[in-house]
Design a protein around this ligand. Structure first.
Ligand code: UD1
Length: 353
């Protein structure tokens, strides 16, 4: 079986690491295509290095741009690559512009598409990620869903026959990284004791200056140290709007590598974020999370009491300083065996079998 993975943004490199390791150990021919959507070394290269991912076979180097320009550039560049490799499966990950472009390109060339992390819904049609994931699920031949809630969404959209609950591949990577930190010692870059870990990068929070100012004011009003791992989008938008990110209780740092991030969450008092992955990682490490959004795709984290949605600065402060949640041993995202389940599903559903 030959699988071609298309990745381009930070969360996809994390997911790819578990898939690439499993494919390597089980003789699956694996071609890796990097679209170049994320090109900063701290958003890209360090993930390949720290998570032991083989260097991409192809890099499309599309870089930044508006949604149309970025998606279109990937779409145009991928045609030749897919025709050169002719894989049994094109595997796409998550909900970025790279995911959408790769799925459209593959279906146009009649190549089977598998979508990892299928069936998630925020039901917020203003989010670019929501457009991407809905369109990709409907284009895909197999929808590899991380949870039973995701399968239910797919069923309600008439996609039940192509849905398989394989668990969440982030669990595989997170547990492996956590265990490696425990075995080899903590990463060098540490946060101050009792600090919060924060990340903010979604367009809804960064692109409207008044909104961004309110979020930053919320982080400043917490009164405890906050380490803000700043995504380039956040830095660029804050600078353009004349908003100072640090200087108060907020310590601004460059983005963390994956082991550094896991270490920081483990050391922290709580997480404040608008990242999908980080909400779940906080829950899996049993660290309380405050999510700076009006909704989440990872509803299980909220239902189990480990995640609270907060949008205004006041809500952020109240949520971050809430009492600790009740302990739970629930495992809605699986036990960390998703990569082999993805492989088994792709083999079983190999077109022509
Ligand atoms: C993208 C994904 C989002 C994912 C996130 C993880 C889409 C629509 N969004 O958001 O789902 O959660 O990645 O980080 O695909 N930039 C740099 N250097 C980089 C990459 C980006 O400076 O290496 C800056 C550029 O100013 C760029 C902006 O960040 O215009 C936005 O980048 P983009 O790739 O559009 O989306 P992200 O915000 O990273």
């Amino acid at each position: 079986m030959k699988v071609l993975s298309v990745v381009g943004a930070r969360p996809q490199f994390v997911k790819l690491s578990a898939i690439a390791a499993d494919f390597r150990d089980n003789d699956v021919e694996h071609v890796i295509v990097h679209t170049g959507q994320h090109y900063d070394p701290m958003l890209s290269d360090v993930f390949f290095r720290d998570l032991d991912i083989p260097a991409p076979d192809e890099n499309l180097e599309v870089g930044s741009g508006g949604h149309g320009a970025q998606t279109g550039a990937i779409l145009a560049a991928l045609d030749d690559v897919l025709l050169r490799y002719v894989p049994d499966w094109v595997l796409v990950y998550g909900d970025t512009n790279s995911t959408l472009a790769a799925a459209i390109c593959a279906v146009k060339l009649h190549l089977p598409v598998a979508h990892l992390e299928a069936g998630l819904r925020s039901f917020n049609r203003r989010m670019p990620e929501e457009h991407n994931r809905v369109l990709v699920d409907h284009a895909a031949d197999v929808c590899l869903a991380p949870t039973s809630a995701a399968v239910a969404h797919l069923m309600s959209e008439g996609l039940g026959a192509r849905a398989v609950n394989v668990g969440d591949v982030m669990v595989d990577v997170l547990y492996r990284t956590r265990d490696s930190l425990a075995l080899h010692g903590p990463s060098k870059r540490r946060i101050p004791e009792g600090a919060f870990v924060a990340t903010i990068h979604r367009a809804d929070n960064t692109d409207v200056p008044a909104k961004l100012r309110d979020v930053v004011n919320g982080l400043a009003a917490i009164g405890a140290p906050v380490v803000l791992f700043a995504h380039p989008r956040l830095v660029a938008k804050a600078e353009a709007a004349g908003i100072r990110l640090g200087g108060t209780n907020i310590r601004v740092e460059p983005p963390a590598s994956y082991p550094e991030l896991v270490q920081a969450v483990l050391d922290s008092r709580g997480v404040i974020t608008d990242s999908g992955g980080l909400q779940k990682e906080a829950f899996l490490l049993r660290v309380p999370c405050t999510t700076v959004r009006t909704e989440t795709e990872w509803t299980e984290t909220v239902e189990l009491g480990w995640n609270v949605l907060a949008f205004s600065s006041d809500e952020i402060v109240t949520a971050a300083l809430r009492p600790p949640p009740t302990a739970t041993d629930a495992a809605p995202y699986g036990i960390g065996d998703t990569a082999p389940r993805v492989r088994a599903t792709l083999l079983e559903r190999l077109p022509g079998r």
